[in-house]
Design a protein around this ligand. Structure first.
Ligand code: PMP
Length: 774
């Protein structure tokens, strides 16, 4: 037990305080006024006119002088690195030759003097800081609470570089030692309060103790409460006056004690709202890690439990008045009741402002139906999965299952890539605005995208989705050519806007074709169909028959929704030639096939040896953050420059732009294109090996990390078999691998993992397919 807890307070009268101040610090005072303190004695000194001159603090006889020196050193450190925090500095003693507040570099031992009555006590003197003390926290406004959080974070930041051996002493109020308070449980007289405290300590042991060594820790004040700060007229902290509880501990210890002190006396739901505001304020200065937020409520509960336990124990020792202590504890008990009514998970989410649960929510499916309505795309899988978090190529569901992601192309450099997430968070904290203000991110991104394309493709328009990118490309193609006809593949998908839905037969209602669009079958080497440009020539002729010429042909370089193909360059060159001959432009839709998906090259059109008029980008561009682009030629954009301007509020905003830049950086730094090529070759080989064992697989085709496994009911007739593809997809899911299905008949297994997939993952992926069919 810390002896300071048991030591009696110094027996000092006001007159003694006046005398001691004069004798030890050379401060002339007329009167002293007791400010009250749990362990020590603190007096405000006043001059003959009643004006405050200084504060004198006489420590408990058991106080360790090295701890006092640590407090002085910490205050000096903070005053040096963040003077505006307004920390109270101890004065130099008379014996050390000077009067007045300490200066940086002062020896802390010269900032205290010894006063002896029955036992010697250490005495320190402080200047009077401006502000009110002992503020009633119930009067603090939302703004003030946010500012308290921010000040606490600033103080913590100012202490980052501070170290002292005494910071590792056992400070019982520091919740890292909460479980020691179990020995005090018997001193809690009210059985209800005793049960709540015991339960809070159990929760702490179960949920916090195991991760405590992983939480960010440093020397912290740990007691930013009304007892230790001064506030201005608006309730904002104007000074910090007592470092007596300093401890080397986790950041959440600071947060727990502040919440415990700041929200009492408020209605239940208000407490959580205000706690979130305090955390938000904290994060205005110092970002919290996820696990800090996840245990904030438990830290608060632990601090409440510790407060009840210590004060009950002090009452039992005769050191505190029982009625007073129990009244003060009522609010802590109320907090503990609230936490226990809600349960750990809900309380953590309420306090942390987190929306994700650590438990699966069985109501989500029905709520999704109700909220999104009947036209929304269906969920994947017969038994949909509730995703909780993902990293690299692994997705973990709310019920704790981990899947190898063989499907998602959006998180192209891997789920939650730290370079991208950090860039987004950093930029979101710095500034987020739009392209009508000068900011380098979108400009640098556009320069780099243009530089990744052949000369001539020099102009970049930033938008938010693949659909929008295609929409602008289409609009510009119509404007530049004066033509209105559109050409796309037979089962293409290019987006949701009215203009682009027209070019997306996959999504046509009942297959009804818009009059200005003609489709063409894609070269299918498995069935030996449409091997040359004849299908496109036919589509152009049909357009002409309707009195239309093409504004553009749009082609997804991997023809994903048509069943996935590694198209022959000569074939694509012929399509481009036919389009241009008919007066149309070429839109290379790289939403699926770009950003290295095909391996070795950044854009699929490079594989075909063509130079498109438009390159449209989307999905993988921000690794999950919505950002998209059109890359085109200046003269094309110039065709509409006299009539209108192009602007998208979110297009090219700094946060999206840095996300996209981070993706480009990672693609280079991790040599992703090369890795895709290697992993893709291996994957293709393994899938082909599986196919050789299972005749229901008619064809395996693809390139890079985009592969089709086509199921047929009969290898001779090559009749598409959607049911087998469906079954394989579901069985692979059971084996822990996520893939999808595609193609006009839904009989193609689509294997399109994040580009973070590496050779070591291939056996699991191919093995799951093999097992699914065996
Ligand atoms: N083009 C292609 C080839 C796509 O696959 C998609 C989306 N599946 C889009 C465009 C549309 O992109 P978004 O959903 O971002 O609007």
């Amino acid at each position: 037990m810390d002896r300071v807890l048991t030591g009696a307070r110094p027996g000092l009268e006001a007159t003694d305080a006046v005398a001691v101040a004069g004798e030890l610090f050379g401060v002339e005072a007329q009167t002293a006024h007791d400010l009250g303190s749990e362990r020590d004695r603190t007096f405000a000194l006043h001059d003959a006119d009643g004006r405050p001159t200084a504060i004198i603090k006489v420590s408990n006889a058991h106080e360790d002088p090295d701890v006092l020196d640590m407090e002085a050193a910490a205050a000096l450190h903070v005053a040096t690195v963040d003077p505006e925090l307004g920390v109270a500095l101890p004065w130099r003693t008379r014996a050390s030759g000077g009067a007045g507040p300490a200066q940086p570099g002062d020896d802390p031992t010269r900032l205290r003097a010894s006063w002896a009555s029955e036992e010697p006590h250490w005495v320190r003197l402080y200047s009077v800081l401006a502000g009110h003390s002992h503020v009633d926290t119930r009067t603090l406004s939302d703004e003030a609470l946010i500012a308290w959080g921010a000040t606490m974070a600033r103080l913590g930041r100012a202490l980052r570089g501070f170290a002292h051996p005494k910071a590792h002493r056992v400070m019982l109020w520091d919740i890292q030692h909460a479980l020691r308070c179990r020995s005090m449980l018997d001193d809690i007289r009210d059985p209800h309060a005793r049960r709540l405290v015991a339960r809070a300590l159990d929760d702490f042991e179960q949920h916090v103790s195991p991760i405590w060594p992983l939480l960010r820790a440093q020397v912290l004040h740990t007691d930013i409460t009304p007892d230790n700060v001064l506030v201005d007229d608006d309730g904002f902290i104007s000074g910090i006056i007592d470092f007596g509880d300093m401890s080397h501990t986790a950041l959440v210890a600071d947060i727990g004690s502040a919440l415990c002190a700041l929200v009492p006396g408020r209605p239940a739901e208000e407490r959580f709202r205000l706690a979130r505001l305090v955390l938000d304020g904290y994060e205005r200065e110092v970002p919290l890690e996820d696990q800090d937020r996840q245990v904030a409520a438990l830290a608060w509960a632990a601090r409440s439990a510790v407060t009840v336990a210590i004060s009950s124990w002090r009452v039992a020792q005769g050191l505190e008045d029982a009625a007073f202590a129990e009244r003060a504890n009522d609010e802590c008990v109320r907090d503990l009741e609230l936490f226990q009514e809600l349960g750990v998970d809900v309380a953590n989410r309420r306090v942390g402002g987190l929306t994700d649960s650590i438990f699966a929510d069985p109501s989500l499916r029905a709520r999704r139906d109700a909220a999104f309505g009947p036209a929304i795309d269906p969920l994947f899988y017969d038994e949909p999965i509730e995703v909780a978090f993902a990293s690299d190529v692994w997705i973990t569901t709310a019920d704790g299952r981990r899947y190898l992601d063989g499907y998602n192309n959006v998180p192209c450099v891997g789920h939650g890539h730290p370079r991208v997430t950090a860039a987004i968070a950093r930029q979101a904290r710095t500034i987020n605005t739009h392209t009508r203000y000068l900011h380098p991110a979108a400009i640098e991104l556009s320069e780099r995208l243009a530089a990744s394309c052949p000369p001539g493709l020099d102009t970049v328009l930033l938008v938010n989705s693949g659909s929008e990118a295609n929409d602008w490309a289409w609009r510009l193609a119509v404007a530049a050519t004066g033509n209105r006809g559109g050409l796309c593949t037979a089962n293409a998908y290019h987006g949701i806007t009215e203009a682009i839905a027209a070019l997306s037969p996959e999504a046509w209602l009942d297959g009804v074709k818009p009059a200005h669009v003609e489709t063409f079958g894609v070269r299918d080497t498995y069935r030996g169909q449409d091997l040359d440009g004849a299908a496109l020539r036919g589509a152009i002729e049909r357009l002409a028959g309707n009195g239309l010429a093409p504004a553009a042909t749009i082609l997804d370089g991997l023809v994903m929704s048509d069943g996935v193909a590694d198209l022959d360059p000569a074939y694509v060159q012929e399509l481009v030639r036919l389009t241009r001959e008919a007066g149309g432009l070429w839109i290379a839709d790289e939403v699926q096939s770009g950003h290295g998906r095909t391996g070795a090259v950044m854009w699929a059109f490079e594989r075909f040896g063509i130079v498109p008029d438009f390159v449209t980008l989307g999905k993988p561009m921000g690794n999950g953050h919505p950002v998209a682009a059109v890359i085109t030629r200046r003269e094309i954009v110039a065709t509409i420059a006299d009539e209108t301007t192009l602007f998208s509020t979110f297009g090219g905003n700094p946060v999206s732009a840095v996300a996209a830049l981070a993706v480009l950086d990672v693609l280079e730094d991790e040599r992703v294109l090369q890795r895709v090529q290697e992993t893709g070759r291996l994957l293709g080989g393994e899938l082909a090996a599986v196919a050789a064992r299972h005749p229901e697989i008619g064809d395996v085709r693809g390139v890079g990390l985009a592969w089709a496994v086509e199921f047929v009911s009969d290898p001779e007739t090559r009749e598409p078999d959607a049911q087998r593809a469906h079954h394989a997809r579901e069985a692979m899911k059971h084996a822990g691998v996520l893939v999808g299905t595609t193609g006009p008949h839904g009989n193609i297994l689509k294997v399109r993992p994040p580009l973070a997939l590496r050779p070591e993952h291939v056996p699991m992926l191919a093995g799951a397919l093999d097992a699914a069919l065996s």
